[in-house]
Every structure is written in structure tokens, then in C-alpha cells.
Design a protein around this ligand. Structure first.
Ligand SMILES: CC(C)(COP(=O)(O)OP(=O)(O)OC[C@H]1O[C@@H](n2cnc3c(N)ncnc32)[C@H](O)[C@@H]1OP(=O)(O)O)[C@@H](O)C(=O)NCCC(=O)NCCS
Length: 176
């Protein structure tokens, strides 16, 4: 079996990235948000959204995990847009694997690629927003050295309120 490679995404990756995005939400968030939200997700629309973002150049390119020709996960990071964050605060906005590839170490490699990018762009801390009910995700971030910083928010997705909590760590103190 070919080994996994982590690399920067290009625009031609966006259809596969949209598909991984939807597949990951549908396995990981089933039961954590309404089925109607998950079943209405559309890989093509996600791909268009990512393509637009990346073309505008206002956010960095995601990192993707590929095994041979197949994309199996991705991560994305940039400067936090939280109102209480300064320019030194980075945020990992996305970290997703296909169900099949969870527990293989690829989540950590995608995380580290995002952190290296943030370190390289003068960020000194990292934050993430995670669904309050996402126990697996929260455990992963805790293993990576992040702690809840007390911030909470409610996002409304297709009319459904979703509670999120924020985790944070100095970049010097995160697992590498
Ligand atoms: C968050 C997510 C990417 C983390 O992935 P993960 O599989 O838990 O993390 P890793 O790929 O680093 O795998 C770690 C596990 O694999 C095991 N493992 C197996 N082979 C390994 C290897 N070669 N190297 C490292 N770890 C390995 C580790 O022991 C560890 O097991 P443990 O959890 O029992 O300690 C993944 O769970 C996911 O996509 N979740 C859905 C989306 C989500 O919730 N995202 C975060 C919120 S936005």
C-alpha cells in the first residue's frame, strides 16, 4: 500500500476536498447535529466554496493527506477572526479524515502541518472551535496539548443551534 503524503492543496484538489469534507461531517457528526443538516450537505457546493476562498487568496491553502491518488483528509489554518484575538493568534479551522483513516496517525500529521504553517507566519498561539458534543475531537485536541479557554458560542446551521467551545495553546507548547 502506498504511504500517505501530506502536501499543500492546489485548485485541482478542491473537488476531492469537498467530498472528504462532506464524508467526514457525515460520519463524525451523525448524532451530534440533525440528520437533515448532514444529509443536505453537497460536496460540489463545498468544493466551490473552498475554490472561491483559495482563489481570493485571503486564506492560506489547506493541507491535504493523500494515499496514492486518493485524498483521505485535510486541515486548514489561518489567522483567527475571533473578536478577542490579535494577529498573533492562529486558528485551525478544519481538520478532517475519512472514517477509514482515523486512528492511523494522519490526524496528527495534518495537525502538525497546520501548526508549522502558523509558526512560519509569526503566530504564537493556536485556537480551535469544536462542537461541545464532539468528544473524539476534544480528546484529540487535549492530546495535542490544548485546553478549553472558557469561550463558548452558538452557531446556527440551517436553523439548528450548535454549541461550540474554544481550545487554545501557545504554539511553543503544542505537540510536535
Ligand atoms: C480529529 C481527527 C482528525 C483526529 O484523528 P485521529 O485518528 O484521532 O488522530 P490520529 O490520526 O493522529 O490517530 C491517533 C490514534 O491513532 C493511533 N495510531 C495508529 N497508528 C499510528 C501511527 N503510525 N502514528 C501515530 N498514531 C497512530 C494512535 O495510537 C492514536 O490512538 P489513540 O487515539 O487510541 O491514542 C479525526 O478524529 C477526525 O477526522 N474527526 C472528525 C472530524 C473532527 O471532529 N474534527 C475536529 C473538530 S473540527
Amino acid at each position: 500500500m502506498p504511504t500517505a503524503e501530506i502536501r499543500r492543496a492546489t485548485e485541482t484538489d478542491m473537488p476531492a476536498l469537498g467530498a472528504v469534507h462532506v464524508a467526514a461531517w457525515q460520519w463524525a457528526y451523525r448524532g451530534l447535529m440533525p440528520d437533515t443538516v448532514l444529509d443536505a450537505m453537497d460536496a460540489g457546493r463545498r468544493a466551490e466554496g473552498w475554490t472561491r476562498l483559495v482563489r481570493e487568496g485571503t486564506v492560506p491553502q489547506p493541507h491535504v493527506a493523500v494515499i496514492g491518488p486518493e485524498m483521505v483528509g485535510f486541515s486548514h489554518a489561518g489567522t483567527s477572526r475571533d473578536h478577542d484575538a490579535g494577529p498573533q493568534t492562529g486558528e485551525v479551522t478544519s481538520l478532517y479524515l475519512r472514517a477509514h483513516d482515523v486512528g492511523t496517525g494522519l490526524g496528527r500529521r495534518l495537525w502538525e502541518a497546520a501548526l508549522d504553517q502558523l509558526r512560519g507566519s509569526q503566530h504564537t498561539e493556536v485556537s480551535v472551535w469544536v462542537l461541545e458534543t464532539n468528544v473524539r475531537g476534544r480528546r484529540f485536541y487535549e492530546r495535542m496539548g490544548l485546553v478549553p479557554d472558557g469561550a463558548a458560542r452558538t452557531e446556527v446551521l440551517n436553523g439548528s443551534p450548535l454549541a461550540e467551545v474554544r481550545y487554545r495553546a501557545p504554539l511553543a507548547g503544542t505537540t510536535h
